[in-house]
Design a protein around this ligand. Structure first.
Ligand code: DLL
Length: 441
């Protein structure tokens, strides 16, 4: 069956007016449920003098209060649940940057929604029931492993629940089990590519043809590297624990923006400072309202992820609107000598120079009250064996590439292969040592 004709994916092609009508009905129902069952939400609605019946159109969404990560912390662990525990069949959590984790719950019906959006994600990436999926996202409290697992089973592809880590075993499975599709973080996949190359198995001998990578930002340059080195198509998948996990949106075969499953998730782009809703095409913070979640509905959740809604229809024919790939979060911006810099800009600059590996770290320190940045980047084995003058020329090329992208002169340090820590999950690109640099007066 042609992927785009599958009945399970009919909502991908819904008439836009019918989709808006469905969204409004589901929004009204969600607001009603939250008002009835979530005290924090009710208090905030009351404070604004708003009742569930005041939501007459999708434009009324802007009248509703935002929800933020702090609200989840303040009501830890179950304060925002809209169902009694007897109806909760699964808990997931994400380790926040500070202190307590973010805890979310799912009813059986919610798990059905999740496996549906993950199944549709896999189909959008060109998979079907003949595929064998190596699921190298971590299983456990992290949503990646079990989220992809449910989607694959619903699709009917064969899932190998290998979880993250143990690169030797990953390679064995990749080689011997007829794996055609893989999912993991992009940083873990480049680690695997490196491992495979070192063991001398030609990547062309593998059956692997598609990768579904997400859970962290990765640049177009990183995609080009992955596709070239592994000879596969690499799709970007997006999601977050608070909303459902992976499966909020994914790139189709056009690889030109991520389609959001708008029948389940209502998106807005707002100004991160003022909260004002921005028009399509404008860059800002993504805010998501869930439309079908029962246990953990979210109204206007501030994701902190920076993107824009792409105007126009995708060439693939789907009517689901797209967002641009997420390059950064509002909270990962660094200010160096008054210039805003995102880690993704550094990555793109480094990867534009040949003979470097996509393993790098950004080290932040503080001197004289000002933030300082230094970049460590690994070079290939061949390059490292070269003469000192050539290494110096390479260092200058990298520094120049960064200056070209950011306008800043940043010290670059070349590192030997394998000296920068590899991750099994999300990569830690920024090492923040600013607190250790507190100056003694
Ligand atoms: O990372 C869920 C997920 C699992 C997504 C597997 C995709 C694949 P959290 O751990 O809660 O959930 O982290 C969510 O990760 O707000 C973004 O900042 C970032 N993120 C997730 N996907 C992408 C992506 C999972 N494709 C946070 N590109 C989000 C850029 C991403 N950033």
């Amino acid at each position: 069956m042609k992927h785009d004709l599958r009945p399970e994916c009919a909502s991908d092609y819904m008439d836009p007016d019918a989709l808006r009508a469905l969204q409004l009905a589901r929004l009204q129902e969600t607001v009603r449920r939250c008002h009835e069952r979530v005290p924090l939400f009710r208090q905030r609605m009351d404070k604004r003098g708003l009742a569930p019946d005041d939501i007459h159109s999708l434009d009324d969404l802007a009248r509703l209060p935002f929800t933020d990560k702090n609200d989840l912390r303040d009501t830890y662990p179950y304060g925002l649940f809209a169902e009694p525990m007897s109806n909760i069949v699964r808990i997931h959590a994400s380790s926040g940057t500070t202190g307590k984790p973010i805890v979310v719950g799912y009813t059986r019906e919610d798990l059905g929604v999740w496996s549906e959006v993950m199944m549709r994600s896999f189909i959008m990436a060109g998979m079907d029931e003949h595929d064998v999926l190596q699921n190298a996202y971590g299983y456990g409290l992290f949503t990646g492993g079990l989220g992809a697992h449910g989607g694959s089973e619903r699709l009917g592809s064969t899932v190998i629940p290998i979880s993250g880590g143990n690169s030797e075993r990953q390679m064995l499975v990749l080689k011997d089990f007829g794996v055609t599709a893989i999912c993991c973080t992009p940083s873990y996949f480049i680690h695997l590519i490196e491992h495979i190359k070192e063991t001398g198995v030609p990547l062309s001998e593998l059956k692997l043809r598609v990768g579904i990578f997400g859970a962290e930002p990765w640049s177009d340059a990183m995609r080009a590297y992955i596709q070239r080195e592994a000879g596969i198509r690499a799709h970007d998948i997006y999601g977050l624990t608070e909303i459902i996990g992976p499966g909020v949106g994914i790139e189709c075969r056009e690889q030109n923006g991520l389609h959001i499953f708008e029948d389940h998730f209502l998106m807005e782009i707002v100004d991160p400072d003022t909260g004002a809703v921005l028009p399509d095409g404008a860059e800002g913070e993504l805010v998501i309202t869930t439309l079908t979640k029962k246990a953990f509905p979210m109204v206007r959740y501030r994701t902190h992820d920076i993107t824009a809604i792409m105007p126009g229809r995708c060439a693939c024919g789907r009517t689901l609107r797209r967002i641009r790939r997420i390059r950064s979060r509002c909270d990962d911006m660094m200010i160096i000598r008054g210039v805003n810099v995102f880690p993704s800009q550094i990555e793109a600059a480094l990867l534009s120079v040949e003979s470097t590996l996509p393993h790098y770290q950004i080290i932040l320190t503080r001197k004289g009250g000002l933030d300082q940045m230094e970049v460590r980047v690994e070079v290939t084995k061949e390059m490292f064996g070269d003469r000192v003058s050539e290494l110096e020329a390479m260092r200058k090329r990298l520094a120049h590439a960064i200056e070209h992208t950011t306008g800043l002169r940043i010290p670059v340090i070349l590192a030997e292969p394998h000296t920068i820590a590899r991750s099994e999950g999300k990569a830690k690109r920024v090492i923040d040592r600013r607190a250790e640099c507190a100056e003694i007066p």
